[in-house]
Design a protein around this ligand. Structure first.
Ligand SMILES: [Ca+2]
Length: 216
C-alpha cells in the first residue's frame, strides 16, 4: 500500500514537472548564436542618444549604457537625427538586448560601458559604424572590437555614408566681409599672417610664405 502511494505521488509530480521543464527555455529566451558568451541580458527602456541607452537588468534598477568605441553625432550636428532613429530601430523599447563589457566598467559620468547586441543578434556598435551613423572613437583600454570597427568605418568612409557623406562635410570657411583679398586690401584689411590672424585660414597662401592678402 505504501509503495503504491509513493508511485502515484511520483507519477503525479512527473506529469507536472515535465511540461514546465519543456516550457522553461522559451521564456528564458536563449541569446542568438552570434551574441558572445558572457553577454548579459537586459531590457531596453529608453534611447537617450544614438550612443547612450537606458536598460533594466533581469534583477535590479535601470542604468545607462554608453556604447563602447563609437560616437554618434550630437544633437544639432549633421546626421544626428538619422543616427538616433537607427539606434531606436536596432534597440526597440521593451525588447531584449545583450551587453558585453570590456575592461573599464563605467565612464566618468557613471554610465556603464558596453558593446550591445539587439534581441535578434545585431551587433549595434558595428551596425552604426557600418552605415555611417557613428564614428569610431578611442575608448582605450577597451579595444576588444577596435580593429573590426575601424575596418567597418573605412568602408563607410569610402562609400561616403552618413556622417561621411558630402552633405556632412565641413563647409570651407570664407571671409564673411570680403570676397577677395583685393576687396580686403581696398578697405584697409590685410595682410594676414599664419598663426597670428584667424583670417589667414580664409585665403590661399599660394607662395607658402605664411602671409595672405599681401598688398600688391
Ligand atoms: Ca603668401
Amino acid at each position: 500500500m505504501r509503495n503504491m502511494l509513493r508511485l502515484s505521488v511520483l507519477s503525479a509530480a512527473a506529469t507536472i514537472t515535465i511540461p514546465l521543464a519543456v516550457a522553461a527555455p522559451a521564456t528564458a529566451s536563449a541569446p542568438p548564436a552570434n551574441v558572445p558568451k558572457g553577454a548579459v541580458q537586459v531590457k531596453v527602456t529608453k534611447i537617450v542618444a544614438g550612443d547612450l541607452v537606458e536598460v533594466v537588468p533581469t534583477r535590479g534598477a535601470t542604468f545607462r549604457v554608453r556604447l563602447l568605441s563609437i560616437a554618434t553625432p550630437k544633437r544639432g550636428q549633421c546626421f544626428s537625427n538619422p543616427a538616433f532613429a537607427r539606434t531606436k530601430a536596432l534597440l526597440p523599447i521593451g525588447k531584449i538586448a545583450y551587453l558585453l563589457r570590456d575592461r573599464t566598467p563605467k565612464d566618468s559620468a557613471g554610465n556603464r560601458l558596453a558593446y550591445v547586441w539587439g534581441g535578434t543578434g545585431v551587433f549595434v556598435n558595428q551596425n552604426l559604424v557600418r552605415g555611417g551613423w557613428a564614428r569610431v572613437v578611442n575608448h582605450a583600454p577597451n579595444v576588444k572590437y577596435r580593429d573590426l570597427l575601424r575596418s567597418e568605418q573605412a568602408k563607410a568612409q569610402r562609400a561616403k555614408l552618413g556622417v561621411w557623406s558630402v552633405q556632412c562635410a565641413p563647409k570651407p570657411q570664407v571671409d564673411p566681409r570680403f570676397r577677395t583679398c583685393k576687396d580686403a586690401n581696398a578697405k584697409g584689411y590685410g595682410p594676414y599672417r599664419r598663426g597670428v590672424d584667424p583670417e589667414y585660414a580664409w585665403y590661399q597662401d599660394r607662395d607658402g610664405d605664411g602671409i595672405v592678402c599681401e598688398p600688391r
